[in-house]
Design a protein around this ligand. Structure first.
Ligand SMILES: Cc1cc2nc3c(=O)[nH]c(=O)nc-3n(C[C@H](O)[C@H](O)[C@H](O)COP(=O)(O)OP(=O)(O)OC[C@H]3O[C@@H](n4cnc5c(N)ncnc54)[C@H](O)[C@@H]3O)c2cc1C
Length: 514
């Protein structure tokens, strides 16, 4: 198929984490013509992208859409919400920590009306994942990270976990599993694992540096067409003969739907957007994993070994009556992640480490909306961090900071640390820890949930359990926006599993493939 063609069997908007999986799976059938519209450039041969340890330099770069938030009265209003602008999406930009969701995470989705998304159905898709997922390699295990693992196990009485994906866990400390090749520190992103091997398929068309700005109906009223603009400004309408698949991520998928008149009718009318479907849930249910940070200076430089500077971490279950899943997590960084503390005047240190306690199932839920009908204007994101009425999220951060200090005070980690620089040893009361912890809070970069799927009885569900946009024909959403609730763990693998399942749903519905 040549570049001038505009009709395909499927058009995929967003060649990101989910989009790459779908493109690879759907083009396994040589008669199925697929076009991927991706806003960013290719990652092929781009060492800046392909080398995992460079991830931190991609933040706020030309590969980052760089969303901001509206004022967060109980949190940090200065967080930059990085979202990748490159083939592979956030899997080309992130730290590639790879955890299967816990069974209860999936069963919760099914209980909320997402029939067919229970653990017994979703978790077996792990065997289909093409990414190379392995625990951090021995040569990448920094001595200080090893000592963090030993200290946390001893201070907190939790097991050392060799492979977090071997079985479900309530708590534990250890080196993460990553989607990477240790040799050469190469990403095994969705793009590398799924798309690179099939780029020469004649039935796959990639339109890079091309931005989708409006979904429009075909002649039969099916929402299968999308208006796109390429880097040179050329406008085209692409048509999907079977279905249009939105995979633009948890911010850009609801943004595109709303710009196309699909969303909360009153809000859209106020902006002068013609309403095509009144779906009040579009842009609501904005989920994230909020985190805080505590930083120590080390006595001089650390050994260099690392996969991506945050190779180990801890899960803890503080509330034994709260079910089998952990309710506190943190990453251990062998660099001082000080962007939020320096802004508040805490000292910058040349050599240091930090721990970043986060809230695995945050109860504060936010929303996003369009500021105008102009597709170029970024939407407003309001995560409403630390606003849950029971104070669960705030308490988790306070507990996390205290737990971090316990670990830091325990040998062998203790012997590496010269002094605590943020918040500093004088900050001890719950109130002071909360104030500090929320003001320096950051995101673990996991926005999700903004087009959630659910049952017929949930008026806020945007998608049915087949991922079809309710009330419309010919259009589905497959990306992190489909999450009804946030899984306990870092969500990339959940997105990959969802995309694998979506490929099956599509092939079943449209008669192609298996
Ligand atoms: C810095 C960072 C670190 C992270 N670390 C981890 C981690 O270690 N482990 C983990 O599990 N999760 C991590 N995450 C989160 C995880 O990467 C994401 O949740 C997941 O990759 C999202 O996948 P997606 O398919 O929903 O969207 P994405 O992968 O973001 O894909 C969306 C794609 O759509 C394209 N696009 C958007 N709008 C348009 C448009 N209008 N037209 C055309 N193209 C468009 C984008 O360019 C992008 O390629 C991290 C995220 C970030 C940003």
């Amino acid at each position: 198929m040549g570049d001038d063609e505009t009709a395909y069997n499927y058009v995929i908007v967003g060649g990101g984490t989910a989009g790459c999986v779908l493109a690879a799976r759907l083009t396994e059938d040589p008669d199925c013509r697929v076009c991927v519209v991706e806003g960013g450039p290719s990652d092929v041969g781009d060492e800046k992208i392909l080398r995992l340890r460079n991830w931190i330099n991609l933040l706020d770069s030309e590969y980052d859409y760089g969303y901001t938030t509206v004022e967060q009265p109980r949190g940090n209003s200065h967080i930059l919400h990085s979202r990748a602008r490159v083939l592979g999406g956030c899997s080309s930009h992130n730290t590639l920590i790879s955890f299967l969701p816990l069974p209860e995470d999936m069963d919760e989705w099914a209980a909320l009306g997402a029939a067919g998304w229970d653990a017994a159905t979703v978790l077996p898709y792990r065997d289909r994942l093409q990414n190379r997922i392995v625990p951090v390699a021995e040569q990448d295990r920094n001595p200080i990270a090893k000592d963090f693992v030993t200290a946390a196990a001893s201070a907190l009485g939790v097991p050392v976990v060799e492979d977090f994906n071997a079985r479900p866990f309530a708590d534990g400390v250890g080196f993460f599993s990553l989607a990477y090749e240790a040799e050469g520190n190469k990403r095994s992103s969705a793009s590398v694992a799924y798309l690179h091997p099939v780029l020469d398929r004649p039935n796959l068309t990639l339109k890079l540096e091309t931005w989708a700005h409006e979904v429009v109906p075909d002649g039969d009223g099916r929402m299968t067409c999308v208006r796109v603009r390429s880097a040179d400004g050329t406008e085209t309408t692409l048509r999907a003969e079977r279905e249009l698949l939105l995979c633009a991520g948890a911010i850009d998928t609801p943004r595109l739907l709303m710009l196309s008149g699909i969303g909360p009718a009153d809000q859209l009318r106020e902006l002068g957007i013609k309403v095509r479907a009144d779906l009040p849930g579009v842009g609501e249910n904005l989920l994230d994993h909020p985190e805080s940070v505590i930083i120590w200076e080390t006595d001089g430089p650390l050994p260099p070994n690392s996969a991506m500077d945050s190779d180990a971490g801890l899960f803890l279950r503080r509330d034994p009556d709260g079910g089998p899943r952990p309710d506190l997590m943190f990453h251990f960084y062998q660099v001082p992640f000080s962007v939020n503390t320096e802004r508040l005047g805490y000292p910058a240190v040349e050599h240091g480490v930090c721990m970043t306690p986060n809230v695995p199932r945050a109860r504060s839920v936010g929303r996003m909306w369009l500021r105008s009908a102009d597709p170029a204007e970024k939407p407003a994101l309001d995560f409403q961090y630390f606003t849950d009425p029971d104070g669960h999220d705030e308490k988790t951060i306070v507990d996390g900071l205290k737990v971090a200090r316990e670990v830091a005070a325990t040998p062998p980690l203790r012997d590496w640390l010269k002094r605590e620089v943020a918040p500093g040893p004088d900050v001890t009361s719950d109130a002071a820890l909360s104030e500090y912890g929320r003001r320096v809070a950051h995101t673990v970069y996991h926005p999700a949930g903004t087009c959630k799927m659910g049952g017929d009885d949930d008026p806020m569900a945007v998608l049915d359990p087949q991922l079809r946009v309710r009330g419309l024909d010919g259009i589905r959403v497959v990306d992190a926006s489909l999450f009804p609730t946030m899984p306990t763990i870092n969500p990339m693998v959940t997105v990959l599993l969802a995309a694998e399942r979506a490929a099956d749903l599509l092939r079943g519905a449209n008669g192609g493939g298996r």
